[in-house]
Design a protein. Sequence first.
Length: 319
Amino acid sequence: MRIVWLGYLAVIIGCSLSAHEPPPSDTLVGHRLRVFSVAYSPDGKTLASASWDDTIKLWDVATRREIGQLCGHTNIVSSIAYAPGGTLLASASSDGTVKLWDLEQRRNTSTLSGHESDVLFVAFSPDGKTLASASLDRTIKLWDVATGRNTGTLEGHREGVTAVAFSPDGQTLASAGCDCDVKLWNLHSPERPVTLASHRGIVYCLAFSSDGSMLASGSGDQSIRLWNVKQQTSIGELLGSKSNVMTVAFSRDGKTLASGDAKYKVRLWDVANQQLRASYEGHRGDVNSVAFSLDGQTVASGADDALIRLWNVADVLVR
């Protein structure tokens, strides 16, 4: 499962630091169990969260109030992603399915079946026409969003696939796995992926910079790797988490990277200098997901303590 891959799976498998560790600016309470995924809507007005309690919650960013709940999965909801238009949400679950949700009507419009084990992650292509899903069955599936049809299955990881991310131009799909590999798939010829192999533990998370030039990957080897996508080489390593790195996200300008880890902390990194700028403490469990707000001033985090915390990071962003 996914912790099953952020907890249970880890058991199965196994400086210019700013001294600030302020309290979070807000805490969203509502989930009964671990929060695995948080995502801001494209217009920045809504925050969605997914949980071990089998639900997805929707939060009004301005008022910090819960404004909706999506139910339908029969097991852990491990990942959520907004389509570019903001009216459609995808979710992945340990029940082995992917669901598509109409956010205007707050209903499930399609259930995508085909994986043979827990689905750990979902990601939309930049044009919103394709959805990628990653599973413990060692495969990545590509889905036509309009029809719900499976248009392809990517095989190459030797163990479960934990995360996927589309490049901003939609030409490349990155994937991470329990086999410690990061792979780059040219979607025009996906039969020969490039393997970026330097991590020494499960790779839990991936994120492209907004210009697509850089990829970040976080691992159970306690490091974050930075990759030059065009040259397909490692260009740096961010150290200091001292625990499994569960989640990473770039700021929109690509200058700052946020991460969450099994030391219960959210951290901000200067990408160019490869230095830790700040760490934020307040969660009482592994931080499974981080996301920057549309204006870049806030980082949302979801964790094993069932809480979502909103951190004001404006004063430590790299300018």
